[in-house]
Design a protein around this ligand. Structure first.
Ligand code: M6R
Length: 603
């Protein structure tokens, strides 16, 4: 949610670094963009509403500059406009900001009483004015930043330039992500590593309450104005891994990466058969219950996980929406394991839920994709999904990697409690080996899903129905469709439809019906017949073993059989590709859907 980048050094032209960094960060917000850079002895600001490309065409990237900060915005306070976009400058201070200043109204009134005149509606301009006021009082940037931390409530990652010193860039962080990256006699700040990966892969992560003073050849980090040492990390992925590599969209590339992602995510846990799984995973036996807390697709992955962990591990599991969890009465204690699922590891609600769980004395386990992210660093235990950088706002490969780890947790508990036979373990391990080929076989049918998409892409309402895990997949399929194609869509537990929602089924209403679980397939088929007889056009998604000719569907997608523990990883593939093809036919901005941002770092 908002992306920031900054550069100091002589190796590159700051404007080039800023624009290329912003292009990589655009998935974090694309309402407007801006840069501040020092040309000669003057600080200049350029901003444009809309995409980075608008900003890029409005500036001359060849203007020589050794210092600059840039921002791509996802509006929170004030509409998307040139005036509200960052950077903001007040007096001698110029900033870019990611986060929300919660007490900005009180601070604004105080500053207005002190004679400050505001131009924008943003909380960021208030933060900037406060920094300027504190700097006027102290004439010392370190002291200014320490005082700022005491006055401000909320979340912020800030890149700051002070007019009195164009040889220094400042960075400050509280609950919004910020890294500092190291080149040769040049240094960077950014919201995440991919933003600067074409220049360097060495970086440190600032923790909450820390700030940094950055010159072209020195980075000094502080906490409470005391110098602190930080360990330098090296990012594993290459610059190519964050390119489209010939695919039309990042989303498509990421969908097609799923066979590899699956292999990478399971490898460590199964390389020596079940022994490695038991050895590497935590001991889940000691917990009486599990809560899975997450948002959006990560929460949908959690619902699949709940079903599998309850069935195979025989432990009660609740799935909670993080934004609800954080404000409700909780019945959790040291006997409850709280699992936080997050691709970015920065989702504000999930991070807050983690803190609450820790306060309640629970052990916390993060299932996280981004290394060293806030949730990863704060969780007691972390299991990393190995999905690599996910750029498309709509998650695909990270979601399936989350399900992969949750399935392995279910298997681990079943094995350690001896709830599963040796033969079944063997079957699962063999299916794990076969799964990438089966995923690929579904990817290879992309054109078939396109034909189905052609029949339904111009509809206004599309329903998804299923039971148990299939219902969880309906939620994900429906969310994918909504977020990238803007078609209104609802996911319903198949048996629940007749209690009201069936009134919305009309002649030719598309209903995507998922039937993969043999034990309840007849029940779901009865529900499908109920909608079919009311005029629905049914797209049946079913498995090879349940596949039979019948007249209760119009279109059919058949997925390979696998062990139940892994079935969701196959079922989701056509759903992802169907949404993709529908969105493409509707000419939607697939990688950057309207109103959304990849990493939701605000409440
Ligand atoms: O980074 P996280 O996994 O914590 O993000 C959670 C949701 O914001 C995310 O899954 C969102 O729902 C996606 N846009 C769905 O595609």
């Amino acid at each position: 949610m908002c992306g920031i980048v900054g550069y100091i050094g002589k190796k590159y032209n700051a404007l080039n670094v800023l624009i290329s960094g912003l292009e990589r960060l655009e998935y974090r917000g694309y309402d407007s963009a801006g840069i501040a850079y020092v040309e000669g002895k003057t600080l200049k600001i350029e901003k444009e509403k809309g995409k980075i490309s608008n900003l890029k065409s409005a500036i001359d990237v060849n203007i020589p500059s050794n210092l600059g900060i840039g921002h791509t915005r996802w509006a929170t306070h004030g509409i998307a406009s040139k005036i509200n976009s960052h950077p903001h400058k007040v007096g001698k201070i110029t900033i870019v900001h990611n986060g929300i200043i919660e007490n900005y109204e009180d601070l604004k009134n105080e500053l207005i009483n002190n004679g400050v005149k505001f131009k924008s509606e943003t909380d960021t301009e208030v933060a900037c004015a406060l920094l300027n006021k504190l700097y006027e009082d102290t004439n010392d940037m370190n002291e200014t930043l320490c005082l700022f931390q005491k006055r401000v409530k909320g979340t912020y990652a800030l890149g700051i330039i002070c007019d009195d010193d164009y040889n220094t860039l400042y960075a400050l962080k509280n609950k919004s992500p910020l890294i500092i990256a190291f080149g040769e006699n040049e240094n960077y700040i950014a919201s995440d590593v991919p933003a600067i990966l074409e220049f360097t892969n060495k970086y440190i992560t600032l923790n909450d309450g820390e700030f940094a003073k950055i010159t072209e050849n020195k980075v000094t980090c502080y906490k409470d104005n005391e110098v602190i040492n930080k360990k330098i990390n090296e990012f594993e992925g290459s610059a190519e891994s964050i390119e489209k590599n010939g695919y039309e969209h990042f989303m498509l590339k990421e969908i097609f990466e799923q066979p590899e992602v699956f292999k990478k995510t399971v490898f460590k846990y199964t390389e020596n058969g079940i022994k490695s799984l038991i050895k590497i995973m935590p001991d889940f036996k000691k917990y009486k219950s599990i809560k899975i807390v997450a948002c959006g697709s990560a929460m949908h992955a959690g619902i699949v996980g709940k079903s599998l962990i309850e069935e195979y591990g025989n432990i009660p599991v609740d799935v909670e929406i993080a934004s609800e969890f954080r404000y409700k009465k909780l019945f959790i204690d040291k006997d409850t394991l709280v699992i936080l699922v997050s691709q970015s590891g920065e989702t504000a609600d999930t991070l807050a839920a983690l803190e609450i769980a820790k306060e309640k004395g629970c052990d916390t386990l993060g299932i996280i994709n981004v290394l060293e992210s806030s949730i990863a660093r704060s969780s007691d235990i972390v299991l990393y999904t190995k999905a690599g950088s996910e750029i498309a706002v709509a998650t695909t490969k990270a979601y399936s990697a989350q399900i992969t780890l949750l399935s392995l947790i279910a298997l681990n508990i079943a094995c350690s409690k001896k709830l599963i036979s040796e033969d079944e373990i063997k079957e699962i391990l063999s299916e794990i080996k076969n799964l990438p080929i089966k995923i690929q076989s579904l990817l290879d049918k992309k054109d078939d899903y396109k034909e189905i998409a052609k029949k339904i892409y111009n509809k206004n309402n599309i329903f998804f129905i299923g039971r148990d895990i299939d219902y969880a997949l309906c939620m994900e399929g429906s969310l994918k469709l909504k977020e990238i194609s803007y078609i209104n869509s609802q996911a319903y537990a198949a048996g629940e439809l007749k209690h009201g929602t069936i009134s919305l089924i009309e002649e030719n209403t598309p209903v995507i019906a998922i039937v993969t679980n043999e034990s309840i397939s007849e029940k779901t088929i009865s529900n499908i017949k109920e909608v079919k007889s009311r005029g629905a056009d049914v797209v049946l998604v079913t498995t090879e073993s349940l596949n039979k000719e019948s007249d209760f569907y119009n279109e059919k997608i058949v997925i390979p059989n696998t062990h139940k523990l892994l079935q969701a990883l196959l079922t989701v593939i056509p759903l992802q590709l169907l949404s993709y093809e529908i969105a493409k036919l509707r000419n939607c901005n697939i990688d950057k859907p309207k109103n959304l941002a990849k990493s939701v770092t605000v409440e």
